[in-house]
Write a protein that binds this ligand. Structure first.
Ligand code: FAD
Length: 473
């Protein structure tokens, strides 16, 4: 191991290889996952500054038979970016590779290094007069490489798709330490298998993403946000249909929030004024991005809400009068996970179901959970426009949350995931598999798909050097 560490220091410089040998160095920022579900122990944290250095690091580790855990902002939610506890894995941090290499305005593309923080990329796009639409609550810390490796979704998917849809090209270091330069800004290229799509969503198990060419969009002339109370989930789905018809491509956000989820924000963050939550089972946050003007956007929203009121789909609604009000409304939605954490440990699910089946799924699964685990509290919210729910289960009020997690997690997961399968859904909509759900794939993934995935892993990384035990185990 010492020979490898010497080699790594030779590649990236002494200061960029961090180990436990130096008692003054604290590696917990790289070893502890965001949800505090795992704390591993790394052989070393290595921080290359260029693609050539990444390639040399991978080659050195492969020659020594040492496995690598690629890491961006370490905000992943499925324990995929931290080392195991063996003390033998190298964490390969992309944080120093953070340059925006090029913005091509005519081609509407940006080429950026993997360690660039998402918010920095959004800001760079804005400064150049464009929109980079990927947006999620971790955007101040997560990196574009991590977003691509997890195929991140977020709040704008209903209009712009997951980051997969925003990606035109990649630069990747393979498990053998070769560099694949696929940084084309092409929107059409049918010259064989789509390697880009193979690496997007592969969670660091097939290659190390070092850079990407991504789509840019014109900035909308106006962005309006509305908050609507609805009498049921069925009504929320109907409102989504109406919003698609009235707003067309202007519909850029459609989030649903259950009453209990909003009550937690009201309880734990009383300084935030949560509208309409106390008398309605669900509220919906809608965003309309308009290429004409604010007046046009407001007119569209008014017509949509008028129709929705007439049809009994909306019980009450407010449209934000200013950008500040719009931000405050989005802030409420983004505060739900934090409010939930304040309330105590909970069992998280990131599931997708065809939108049309969501009301029936929730009605059945809510009832099943109440029957099997009396008193549990459901924190149901998410990106309804994409059929993606964060269907989280909180311990009964006043109960011991740690004991609940320890004793009930397996049973609750089993119940929820079986229901997801029954309703043709996915047990991981946008957070990925990591190590938290790797044991679930053999149960819930189509066996032919799983066998193809294993063949791909074997072909690209026969030594199992890259993030072993994640996704496939
Ligand atoms: C508060 C909060 C809100 C979130 N909201 C959303 C949301 O709305 N939608 C959503 O989709 N996700 C969400 N997430 C999770 C989301 O997956 C991550 O925030 C983000 O996409 C991961 O980026 P990262 O740079 O932190 O990656 P990391 O956590 O460092 O890594 C994630 C995975 O990608 C791999 N990886 C990282 N960089 C590379 C690379 N360069 N090459 C190859 N593999 C790599 C890692 O090995 C790991 O398997 C949220 C997380 C938090 C904490």
């Amino acid at each position: 191991m010492n020979a490898l560490l010497t080699r790594l220091r030779g590649i990236v410089g002494d200061a960029q290889v961090l180990t436990h040998d130096d008692p003054a160095t604290d590696l917990s920022a790289w070893e502890q996952d965001w949800r505090r579900r795992a704390h591993g122990r790394a052989l070393a944290v290595v921080r290359p500054a260029s693609t050539a250095e990444v390639a040399a690091v991978v080659k050195a580790c492969a020659a020594a038979g040492v496995s690598i855990v690629p890491q961006g902002g370490n905000t992943g939610l499925v324990v995929g970016s931290v080392p195991d506890d063996s003390g033998t894995q190298v964490v390969l941090s992309l944080a120093r590779m953070n340059a925006v290499r090029d913005i091509d305005g005519d081609n509407l593309t940006v080429t950026v290094e993997a360690g660039c923080v998402l918010q920095t990329l959004q800001d760079a796009a804005e400064a150049a007069g464009f929109l980079f639409p990927l947006s999620l609550a971790a955007e101040g810390s997560c990196t574009i490489g991590g977003n691509l490796a997890t195929n991140a979704g977020g709040t704008q998917v209903v209009r712009y798709g997951n980051v997969r849809e925003l990606c035109l090209g990649l630069e990747v270091v393979t498990a053998q330490g070769e560099v694949w330069d696929g940084l084309s800004g092409l929107r059409k290229d049918n010259t064989g298998y789509d390697l880009r799509d193979l690496f997007v969503g592969s969670e660091g198990t097939l290659g190390v993403i070092t850079a990407a060419t991504l789509k840019l969009y014109p900035r909308p002339a106006a962005q309006l946000t509305a908050w609507a109370a609805v009498p049921s989930l069925e009504a929320a789905v109907q409102l989504l249909g109406l919003a698609h018809r009235h707003l067309g491509a202007g519909l850029t956000g459609f989030e649903v929030m259950g009453q209990f989820a909003l009550s937690l924000v009201a309880k734990h963050f009383p300084q935030q004024r949560v509208p309409l939550w106390s008398e309605h089972p669900y509220c919906v946050l809608l965003e309309n991005s308009d290429s004409e003007s604010e007046e046009h956007a407001r007119g569209q929203f008014e017509r949509l809400l008028e129709t929705a009121f007439e049809q009994g789909v909306v019980s009450d609604a407010v449209v934000a009068e200013s950008l500040q009000q719009a931000h405050a409304l989005w802030h409420i939605r983004e505060s739900i996970p934090l409010a939930q954490a304040e309330e105590g440990l909970n069992i998280k699910h990131d599931i997708s179901i065809p939108v049309s089946k969501i009301p029936a799924f929730c009605a059945e699964t809510d009832a099943l959970l109440q029957r099997e685990v009396p008193g549990v509290r459901l924190v149901n919210f998410g990106h309804l426009g994409d059929g993606n729910l964060h269907y989280n289960v909180q311990a009964p009020e006043g109960g011991d949350a740690s004991a609940f997690l320890r004793d009930m997690e397996a049973q609750v997961n089993h119940l929820v995931f079986d229901q997801v399968r029954r309703f043709d859904g996915s047990i991981s909509a946008e957070h990925g598999v990591g190590s938290l759900k790797a044991d679930k794939l053999p149960v819930y993934k189509d066996p032919v798909a799983l066998a193809l995935m294993r063949s791909i892993k074997q072909a690209l990384d026969p030594q199992n050097i890259l993030n072993p035990g994640r996704v496939l185990n």
